[in-house]
Design a binder for this molecule. Structure first.
Ligand SMILES: [Zn+2]
Length: 428
């Protein structure tokens, strides 16, 4: 049956995930050159990326950083200034007034914002970020219902109020939307999210119709990997694995500077990696037991806490108890860290990334959890000999979900700043 919204428009659209999108064989010329980093892509995107990293910065320095000619940097800077994405800072001179004065450029954070929508199993988060990826506003609500039309209409309906209250007169360029499991960014569809009961939900079209904004969607793990590349840890630029541990457990991979999607956009399904022992307590929806998700997901943590006599209604309540120093709650997070460490060791051996980013509140906030996770990696990985350097917590601990949705829009903007962004002046 096709879900319908109030106007009768179909909410679902087939993305034919297994239908073979690629009709012609892959040719050598189709393959991007290895080692092509995001920031080394020529053109305005490279200039904007260099200013994001180093601004306020002189155009001559941008030329040195990007390998572009000074004339090309001047041209691209003028275009980006014209679009309101860059601004000029006050003129400066060299030490003691020597040298030619120059006017540095920086990202203009005063004119535009990107909005974010993240749909979790129990709640949804609406957010506003400035063009440096800083969270300006965040609004989280529990789901009354997980019906896709209700959830998406709720998110869209809250945006004007949040913008009025916290936007400080800035305009929204685009809305990014993210959720767990399997998302097809090309079709703009949530292909499958078993815990929400969503299948082939046309998230992009529904949100675009409801908000009038350009909408970009992706999986939250890929979105957070892109956010790390843009405004998080520079070590993620070339190669990285991001492991997301929440109510949903999934992953994303960065290779040769790009976040890998896979021809069906299903890359990163690590929920059923075997990390536990076969016990009734570790029974998984897949029919086996001891899977990563059935051992460490938020519902599994709450079930385990209850079984051990700690009465907590929700995962945030369990985390709060651990932060307050409750020994049983803390021990459950340490156990979680060791199980996540086992999965991290497998992923480090499989991909040998520059860095593995763990998105998990224990590793980010609780004493001993990151050490326990790294220690498990040290014991189990055949490839990683320096877990201190190779395994790091998320740059966005405390604002992960606010960052995830908006990062999809921010990534699209930095990939293509001259694209058709309706809020921006046309490129002259
Ligand atoms: Zn399983």
């Amino acid at each position: 049956m096709t879900a319908q919204d109030r106007t009768g428009k179909a909410l679902v659209k087939s993305s034919s995930p297994a239908g073979g999108r690629r009709t012609a064989p892959l040719r050598r010329s189709d393959i991007p050159r290895a080692g092509t980093a995001v920031r080394r892509a020529p053109g305005p995107g490279a200039v904007l990326g260099a200013v994001l990293d180093h601004g306020p910065v002189a155009r001559s320095t941008v030329a040195r950083l990007t390998g572009l000619s000074p004339a090309a940097v001047s041209g691209h800077s003028a275009t980006l200034l014209g679009r309101g994405l860059l601004r000029e800072e006050r003129e400066t001179t060299g030490p003691r007034g020597l040298g030619r004065p120059h006017v540095p450029v920086d990202i203009d954070t005063d004119r535009y914002l990107v909005a974010g929508a993240h749909v979790a199993v129990a709640h949804s988060t609406l957010s506003l970020l400035d063009l440096r990826g800083r969270v300006v506003a965040e609004d989280r609500r529990q789901h009354g219902s997980t019906d896709p039309a209700t959830v998406l209409a709720g998110l869209a309906g809250r945006l004007p109020g949040l913008l009025d209250a916290r936007g400080a007169g800035r305009r929204v360029l685009a809305l990014g939307a993210a959720t767990g499991h399997w998302v097809d960014p090309e079709a703009g569809v949530v292909v499958r999210h078993p815990q929400l009961g969503w299948r082939d939900v046309a998230m992009r079209d529904v949100l675009a119709d409801a908000t009038g904004l350009p909408v970009h969607v992706d999986s939250h793990s890929r979105a957070l990997a892109r956010a790390e590349q843009l405004v998080g840890q520079a070590a993620t630029r070339e190669s990285a694995v991001l492991l997301f541990v929440g109510a949903v457990v999934d992953a994303a991979f960065v290779t040769a500077g790009a976040v890998h999607q896979g021809p069906r956009f299903g890359a990163g399904s690590v929920a059923h990696l075997p990390v536990g022992t076969a016990t009734a307590a570790g029974a998984c929806v897949c029919g086996t037991s001891g899977c990563l998700q059935s051992e460490v997901s938020e519902p599994a943590m709450v079930r385990r806490a209850t079984a051990e006599g700690l009465r907590v209604p929700t995962f945030p309540a369990l985390l709060e108890r651990a932060l307050e120093g409750d020994r049983l709650a803390l021990s459950l997070f340490l156990r979680r860290a060791r199980h996540v460490g086992r999965a991290a060791a497998v992923l480090l051996d499989m991909f040998d990334p520059e860095v593995l980013v763990v998105v998990e509140p224990g590793a980010g906030r609780l004493p001993g959890c990151l050490d326990a996770l790294r220690s498990e990696v040290g014991d189990r990985s055949w490839v990683c000999d320096d877990p201190e350097r190779s395994v790091v917590p998320s740059s966005f601990t405390g604002s992960v979900l606010a960052t995830a949705g908006a990062a999809v829009a921010l990534g699209a903007l930095y990939d293509d700043p001259l694209g058709p962004w309706p809020a921006l002046p046309a490129v002259s």
